[in-house]
Design a protein around this ligand. Structure first.
Ligand code: ZN
Length: 181
């Protein structure tokens, strides 16, 4: 099961390498099947695209390029040329296909269409006004980035249910310890 803490697909996709500054980050895209599951669980596609190993490598390459571009935008540094070229290259592909019927919307596509959709979203957001809303989760280990669209721009965590509550519980335990000492 994949997690979608931040609600912006391309940033949740970047987050599939969890705790990336740890010595041993957690790789959530460890197999083509995991990539298929990500596309369906994210809601980007209704039908798994049937990824193979080469497509998984392309997906990881895009993810790491998206991370480099996002991290640079977050630090207000120039965007790294190699990563930019990779994002722009994958953004040229056709996006996921949407079709309307009486049952609603059906989203289907290949892996490259799914990746193009993510790359295009990143281009629009990092290149647009919302780039100023990029934040990194306040739980240091997490490293998930998100867009702070909250009122007053006071969102501290990628997700309250996970990181916010973990940090608050740890602070509570620390207070209890110091009171008991
Ligand atoms: Zn977090």
């Amino acid at each position: 099961m994949h997690a979608f803490p931040c609600g912006t697909p391309f940033l949740d996709f970047v987050g599939t390498l969890r705790a990336r500054r740890n010595a041993e980050p957690t790789e959530m895209l460890a197999s083509p099947q995991a990539l298929d599951d990500w596309f369906v669980e994210s809601g980007l596609m209704d039908v798994a695209p049937g990824a193979d190993h080469a497509e998984l490598a392309t997906a990881v390459s895009l993810r790491e390029a998206l991370y480099s571009v996002t991290a640079a935008a977050l630090a207000k540094e120039p965007l790294p040329a190699d990563a930019l070229a990779e994002v722009n290259r994958q953004a040229t592909g056709l996006p996921v296909q949407v079709q309307l019927s009486d049952e609603g919307t059906t989203r289907t596509g290949s892996v490259s269409q799914g990746l193009a959709t993510l790359a295009r979203e990143a281009v629009e957001i990092v290149g647009g006004a919302e780039a100023d809303l990029l934040r990194e989760c306040s739980r240091p280990e997490c490293t998930q980035t998100y867009l702070d669209r909250s009122r007053g721009r006071r969102r501290e965590w990628c997700a309250m249910e996970t990181c916010g509550n973990r940090v608050k519980a740890a602070a509570y335990r620390a207070r209890r310890r110091s009171q008991n000492a």
